[in-house]
Design a protein. Structure first.
Length: 256
């Protein structure tokens, strides 16, 4: 999972964190006027408690949510870098596609939309930025693995990229003054006993979003499993327990 970012990773960088610098990295960039804000989604496929949508809405510029179906990840022929295993199985691919369909519907209800394109993030976002013209800013969550860090570096070459932190129980700005020496356990104890706050604020479901700019792909059909090379026969059909339906709506139903 992308959100495997751990307290240990925070500990290793705690000594270098600045005092409450806010949610954003690249604040100077975000203060500039933007013609449009492209929200680069990865696993934030929901409208409730979505820091990216909340930040994009605050800016006031047109908001364009985008998801990149990277063939290095979402393709039946894609293999893991560590061996010959399939990078993404049919069940996960099906779950993500269903989540995208559900998210598109939710975003349309808010007056927005969702562009889903096949290609690497650099390719997809470069094409979209070229289509929209100058003044486009891309926002994303912080990378959780080296693959995503490489993607972010590539995307930052084609458009200004601002990152939003939303990955851990403790916000890293709140850990800036907890000294870390040699042992994680001692540092974790200091965090827990030091009344380090857990930020309780969740981002509510927005009532609306700024309308997206004119962009091709807003009404294009989301690719199917067959388009990605999987085929429907490769998915378990024994029911929701074995093959849960993807999407925020289905998730909320399970919580009832």
């Amino acid at each position: 999972m992308r959100r495997a970012t751990s307290l240990l990773a925070l500990a290793r960088t705690a000594h270098s964190l600045a005092a409450p610098n806010s949610l954003l990295r690249g604040r100077k960039m975000s203060a500039m006027a933007s013609k449009a804000t492209v929200v680069w989604l990865r696993d934030e496929l929901r409208v409730h408690d979505n820091a990216l949508l909340a930040e994009a809405a605050k800016r006031g510029a047109p908001v364009l949510p985008v998801f990149c179906l990277d063939p290095r990840v979402f393709d039946a022929s894609a293999k893991s870098d560590l061996g010959s295993a399939q990078k993404t199985g049919a069940r996960r691919a099906k779950f993500v596609l269903e989540s995208l369909e559900d998210l598109r519907g939710s975003l349309k209800d808010l007056g927005s939309g969702l562009v889903v394109r096949r290609g690497s993030p650099k390719e997809v976002l470069a094409d979209i930025c070229a289509e929209l013209g100058d003044g486009v800013t891309v926002i994303s969550s912080e990378a959780a693995c080296s693959e995503e860090q490489h993607d972010e570096a590539a995307v930052s070459q084609v458009a200004p990229l601002t990152k939003v932190w939303d990955g851990t129980l403790y916000h890293r700005d709140d850990l800036a003054y907890v000294p870390f020496k040699d042992q994680f356990t001692a540092w974790r104890t200091s965090v827990e006993k030091g009344d380090t706050p857990v930020r309780a604020d969740c981002f509510p479901r927005p009532r609306d979003l700024p309308a997206p700019p004119a962009c091709s792909g807003l009404d294009d059909a989301i690719p199917s499993l067959t388009d990605l090379g999987y085929g429907d026969a490769s998915v378990d059909k024994r029911g929701d327990f074995f093959d849960p339906r993807g999407g925020e709506s289905a998730a909320l139903e399970r919580l009832q």
